[in-house]
Design a protein. Structure first.
Length: 139
């Protein structure tokens, strides 16, 4: 997982920062990505959850496409994206830093909503823009 994703992850972070409301999400991502990767690679309990829920397969499927076309599968071998996210949130809440636990508590419902509603990274970006439009229209 550490070989190619960093370049691609930089694309996602930059794309988030360009969208209204995306900078806080990008900040949270940048703050915690190294800790999450470290936990997946060095904490046996987190690694087991990651692998049993096909985390590497979800990531590989997403990274095989051009960044603007990324579509994360909704299910891999009977495990839904929502289940992966819920199981990982639980493992990271148990083994992560207080700051990571706080961010997961603050973002989990939003991330699960995106996992249900969005079929691609472009959908997520569009959702961020759509949610920001009403605020901009009132200004």
């Amino acid at each position: 997982m550490n070989e190619q994703p960093p370049m691609k992850l930089e694309y996602f972070e930059a794309a988030l920062r360009k969208r209204p409301g995306g900078a806080p999400l990008a900040d949270d991502f940048a703050t915690h990505v190294e800790e999450v990767v470290s936990l997946v690679n060095q904490n046996r309990r987190v690694a087991v959850v990651w692998h049993r829920n096909h985390g590497p397969t979800f990531v590989r499927a997403a990274m095989q496409r051009a960044p603007c076309e990324v579509a994360v599968p909704k299910e891999v071998d009977g495990v839904t994206l929502e289940m992966l996210l819920l199981q990982m949130a639980d493992a990271l809440q148990r083994h992560g830093s207080p700051a990571l636990r706080r961010t997961i508590a603050e973002r989990s419902l939003e991330v699960l909503r995106w996992a249900r509603a969005c079929t691609s990274f472009s959908d997520l970006l569009s959702d961020l823009e759509a949610r920001a439009e009403p605020a901009g229209a009132n200004a």
